[in-house]
Structures are given as structure tokens and as C-alpha cells.
Design a protein around this ligand. Structure first.
Ligand SMILES: Nc1ncnc2c1ncn2[C@@H]1O[C@H](COP(=O)(O)OP(=O)(O)O)[C@@H](O)[C@H]1O
Ligand SMILES: [Mg+2]
Length: 250
């Protein structure tokens, strides 16, 4: 679904992403974990085709991001960490506009929009302006747009930030349901609890490099195997860097 092969991104002499490789399989929720500044957003923006890697190869649903960029981008749903929404549109208008960008129009669009509004519990807000929405509602609307064209793979950057427990629960349920339908989801997070609860596999990135990869159990074993929760595992693997940025698992 998503294949990242030895990808490097340099900003001048600074290497933000330093040889990252990972893959996301059909039906898999893959957690991309690491402290602030580790290189998660940079990697996801390269997968979305918004940033050009310095070197390495990225494939989305079998399409090479360089040779077959349009097909690669069309087969991905991308949810950035700070999405831009036209606030003067209603939720329904925003989704129909977004569908148009992906070539969904005519009769198909309205039923697809309704389906997404139902899934993300936004139906009653269809005709309200986005500017009146809470953060959680905007986040759900952006997700509705990303899933609207039924992409086989989705990349999402820090989806749980700023959500209340109910909003977070809804998003987790939708991710599980989508994965159950075969969608591959790559999700960056610095919330270990979310990864532990939701992810089939995880990749941990620190200072631009993958330092552990596998199931939560695999990663636990890499750090000695005696810890029940991911927090101490993460601290062992990173030597304590980014400590304040990582939410404690309680
Ligand atoms: N446009 C840029 N120019 C220079 N450095 C950047 C740029 N974008 C990101 N960086 C640096 O790259 C590193 C990785 O950033 P980022 O991918 O946003 O990390 P994360 O999402 O894991 O918090 C950080 O040190 C950040 O300061
Ligand atoms: Mg980030």
C-alpha cells in the first residue's frame, strides 16, 4: 500500500529524515511514533507528494511517487497536522468541493457525502458554516474529506491532538472500521497509548532514523521485554530523548 524505501530529506546541511524505510499493508493501522522534531511530518509530507525526498523511493498503491505522481496521489487520503479549510463553506459544500477535486461528481457525490457525514457524526451540521465548528468537528470534517474518494491507503499526521475523549474514540472506531475494509492507514502520533491500543505495527523514529519496527510486542522485546507499557520501552530505545514530548501511559 505505502512503501517508503531508504528515504532521506535534507534541509541544507541538516538531515531531517535519514534513511527511513517502512511499509503499510492492506488493512493495517501502522503507527509512526517519535518525539517532536523526529521527522514524522516531513516523512508524511513526502508520502503525500508535497515534499520531494533528497533520495530514496516512495510507492503508494503500486504507483511510484516520482514516475507516476498523479496516480500515487489520487490513491492516497492525506490528513495534514494543520489542515486548511475554507471557513466560509458549509460542511456539505466543503465535501462536495473536495470530491470534485478527486473527480467524484454528479449523482455519486451526494450519497458519498452523506455516508461520510454519518460516519463522522456530522450529518446535522451539513449546512452549517465551517467557521462555527469546534476543533474536533473540523478534524472530523477533514477526515471525511480524506476518506471521501475511498482511497486504499491513508496517511494521517497526529489525528488525536486536541480531541476530547469522545472525539478521539470516534476517530479510533472509524480507523478500525476502515482497516477492517482493507484500507491501510499510516498514522503519526506521539501518544503511545493510542499506538498501543490501535496499531497493528509501529515504526519508531528518532532524529530522522527508524530505531525500532514491528508489532508492539516485537518492539517491547527489542528493549529487553520486561516492560508492559510502551513508555519505558520508548525511553530505553531513545536513551530518554524527547522525554517531555511523550505522553505517559497510565
Ligand atoms: N522547512 C524546513 N527547513 C528546515 N528544517 C526543517 C523544515 N521542516 C522541518 N524541519 C526540521 O526537521 C526536523 C523534523 O521535523 P518534523 O518532520 O516536523 O518532525 P515531527 O513531525 O516528528 O515533529 C525538525 O528538526 C524540524 O525543525
Ligand atoms: Mg509533526
Amino acid at each position: 500500500m505505502i512503501v517508503v524505501d531508504t528515504v532521506v530529506k535534507r534541509y541544507g546541511s541538516f538531515t531531517a529524515v535519514d534513511g527511513v524505510s517502512l511499509d503499510v499493508r492492506p488493512g493495517e493501522i501502522h503507527g509512526f511514533l517519535g518525539p517532536n522534531g523526529a521527522g514524522k511530518t516531513t516523512t508524511l509530507r513526502m508520502i503525500a507528494g508535497l515534499l520531494k525526498p533528497t533520495s530514496g523511493r516512495i510507492e503508494v498503491n503500486g504507483h511510484d511517487l516520482v514516475k507516476d505522481a498523479e496516480a500515487a496521489k489520487a490513491s492516497l487520503g492525506f490528513i495534514p497536522d494543520r489542515p486548511f479549510i475554507y471557513e466560509k463553506l458549509t460542511a456539505g459544500e466543503f465535501l462536495r468541493f473536495h470530491g470534485g477535486l478527486y473527480g467524484i461528481d454528479g449523482d455519486g457525490i451526494q450519497s458519498r457525502v452523506q455516508e461520510m457525514l454519518d460516519l463522522f457524526e456530522l450529518r446535522r451540521w451539513e449546512n452549517e458554516l465551517v467557521e462555527s465548528f469546534s476543533h474536533g468537528m473540523k478534524q472530523r470534517l477533514v477526515m471525511s474529506a480524506a476518506f471521501l474518494h475511498r482511497p486504499p491507503a491513508v496517511a494521517v499526521d497526529e489525528p488525536m491532538v486536541g480531541l476530547d475523549p469522545r472525539g478521539a474514540r470516534l476517530i479510533k472506531d472509524v480507523f478500525r472500521r476502515m482497516a477492517g475494509h482493507g484500507v491501510g492507514i499510516l498514522m503519526s502520533t506521539h501518544t503511545l497509548e493510542v499506538a498501543q491500543e490501535l496499531c497493528h505495527r509501529i515504526s519508531i523514529i528518532n532524529r530522522g532514523q527508524i530505531i525500532a519496527q514491528g508489532t508492539v510486542d516485537d518492539v517491547r522485546k527489542m528493549a529487553g521485554g520486561e516492560d508492559e507499557h510502551l513508555t519505558p520501552v520508548f525511553l530505553k530505545l531513545t536513551g530518554g530523548s524527547g522525554l517531555q514530548e511523550i505522553d505517559e501511559v497510565v
